[in-house]
Design a protein around this ligand. Structure first.
Ligand SMILES: *[C@@H]1O[C@H](CO)[C@@H](O)[C@H](O)[C@H]1NC(C)=O
Ligand SMILES: *[C@@H]1O[C@H](CO)[C@@H](O)[C@H](O)[C@H]1NC(C)=O
Ligand SMILES: *[C@@H]1O[C@H](CO)[C@@H](O)[C@H](O)[C@H]1NC(C)=O
Ligand SMILES: *[C@@H]1O[C@H](CO)[C@@H](O)[C@H](O)[C@H]1NC(C)=O
Ligand SMILES: *[C@@H]1O[C@H](CO)[C@@H](O)[C@H](O)[C@H]1NC(C)=O
Ligand SMILES: *[C@@H]1O[C@H](CO)[C@@H](O)[C@H](O)[C@H]1NC(C)=O
Ligand SMILES: *[C@@H]1O[C@H](CO)[C@@H](O)[C@H](O)[C@H]1NC(C)=O
Ligand SMILES: *[C@@H]1O[C@H](CO)[C@@H](O)[C@H](O)[C@H]1NC(C)=O
Length: 413
């Protein structure tokens, strides 16, 4: 999670979602479990963890401890720490705060399976929010799998309302002693056979699932195309980043205006960020296309005639923003990168993505990921992308086995 740098962005994101969820909500009726937990690892199993998009985050329910306590956690591909909030955190009881810790808290005194570790826990995110406590070991229920001896952190202080399941590289955990994350434990404890997960959200971005160890072939169109994960300057894998090559807009006549076809810049595919951070030159291409101008009152680029681009009846748009990677193009509705200034003035919109000059902060967050089906492979260091298919009723899940061609082999199986 690299929380948004601009307040406008988070406000904008909130209203997009509020407007959308009014129309249609795809609920996961069952207790979240549709997993092949009894498969032997070498037969290939998979674990499906449903989430909902709430307060600009992907929130999944898991259970902790014995007897199980249910809490909702943010699913974050942009960080690696696995931590939960406790009721003992004064922040969770703050009467001035509106619904703090609304996704539930964990009470370690009420669990018979917790054991505390010596190491202290502390982390802070880009927006200065922080969490502090201790590391411990517990039993977890994740999408139908029971994980024993899973290391995590218990936050008893801090000002973040929800704990987080960071599913990034373990090398960037803040703990001095690196521990196995949930994905790693699912493999070690025999639930999945390869360290791979797939991320899917439905058409309105209101719900979806993280599928550990598998790929749902019904949830994308065309081929999944594997892109190498971009290491950092020292050659280490730190962020789940891939190279973007081109950027443009397709109009309703299916004509594409490509702004830049030689970008070759890595972007983090971060489920813990709602919007997008684009390099300033790409951001300005969008500004010019829409005829937007910086408005000091709103501290944002605003433009008029917004309804020519976006329908506010259903949040749809016949214009799409085109993200070109090596071998695959992902189309994101323009409605996801702009936002009307107010409920009464649909004709004036602000651009709701943020410009950035920091190459490590170029991010494609939930609004991009919503349009894509993304398979993150931690064994071959690739992320495979395809355009998401919103025909949500059907499932066609295949397990991914270890191997240097694991995604393609699974898809072809
Ligand atoms: C998580 O649990 C809460 C409370 O029971 C429920 O409202 C919510 O829909 C659940 N979320 C998911 C993704 O199942
Ligand atoms: C935590 O659990 C203990 C043991 O069941 C209980 O005495 C205590 O009241 C609980 N604390 C909270 C904040 O619920
Ligand atoms: C969280 O606490 C830190 C440290 O006290 C503070 O700098 C930050 O502004 C707080 N953030 C929020 C959102 O309360
Ligand atoms: C969990 O820890 C206990 C106690 O150290 C040990 O007996 C058990 O084998 C461990 N189980 C797993 C799956 O790591
Ligand atoms: C294309 O994007 C890259 C990366 O942002 C930038 O360095 C380059 O100048 C851009 N080229 C054009 C023609 O805008
Ligand atoms: C900012 O936008 C508002 C609303 O459209 C407009 O009334 C105002 O004149 C604009 N201000 C500037 C400095 O452009
Ligand atoms: C998109 O195109 C369809 C078919 O031409 C049209 O009915 C719809 O109103 C258009 N939507 C927007 C937002 O322009
Ligand atoms: C995959 O592994 C096999 C067996 O080790 C090897 O022959 C092959 O070259 C590898 N392929 C790739 C693409 O690395």
């Amino acid at each position: 999670m690299r929380l948004q740098s601009s307040l406008l962005l988070s406000v904008a994101a909130a209203s997009v979602v509020a407007a959308e969820t009014q129309f249609y909500f795809y609920g996961f009726g069952r207790a979240g479990v549709e997993s092949s937990t009894d498969a032997l690892a070498d037969e290939g199993g998979w674990i499906q963890l449903p989430f909902e998009f709430s307060d600009n985050s992907l929130i999944a329910n898991i259970t902790i401890g014995t007897p199980p306590q249910e809490v909702g956690l943010i699913i974050d591909t942009g960080s690696s720490e696995f931590w939960v909030q406790t009721a003992a955190n004064p922040f969770c009881e703050d009467p001035d705060s509106d619904d703090p810790c609304v996704y539930g808290t964990y009470n370690s005194s009420a669990s018979s399976t917790v054991s505390r570790l010596e190491e202290a826990f502390y982390l802070s995110y880009l927006d200065n929010t922080y969490a502090k406590g201790v590391y411990a070991v517990e039993t977890f229920g994740v999408g139908g799998a029971t994980l024993l001896n899973q290391t995590f952190a218990i936050a008893s202080k801090g000002n973040i309302s929800s704990g987080l399941m960071g599913v990034g590289f373990e090398s960037v955990e803040s703990a001095a002693t690196k521990y196995n994350g949930v994905l790693h434990s699912l493999k070690d404890q025999g639930y999945i056979s390869s360290m791979v997960y797939s991320l899917y959200t439905n058409d309105l971005g209101s719900a979806g699932n993280l599928l550990f160890g598998g790929i749902d072939r019904a949830k994308y169109d065309g081929d999944l195309v594997s892109l190498p994960i971009a290491p950092n300057d020292e050659g280490q894998y730190q962020d789940l980043r891939v190279y973007l090559q081109s950027f443009g807009i397709e109009n309703p006549d299916k004509k594409t205006k490509t702004f830049n076809s030689s970008i070759n810049t890595a972007f983090v595919l971060d489920s813990g960020t709602t919007g997008m951070n684009l390099p300033t030159d790409l951001f300005m291409d969008l500004v010019d296309y829409l005829g937007a101008e910086l408005n000091s009152t709103y501290d944002a680029y605003i433009f008029s005639n917004c309804q020519d681009y976006v329908s506010f009846d259903d949040g749809s748009s016949n214009y799409t923003v085109i993200f070109g990677f090596d071998g695959i193009t992902i189309k994101v509705p323009l409605a996801y990168v702009v936002q009307s200034l107010s409920d009464d003035d649909h004709d004036t919109c602000a651009i709701s993505v943020a410009p950035s000059n920091d190459p490590y902060s170029y991010i494609l967050g939930d609004f991009f990921l919503n349009a894509a089906y993304a398979v993150y492979d931690f064994e071959n260091y690739v992320i495979a992308l395809a355009q998401a298919n919103y025909e949500v009723e059907r499932e066609d899940i295949v397990a991914v086995r270890s191997g240097n061609n694991s995604i393609a082999d699974a898809v072809a199986s």
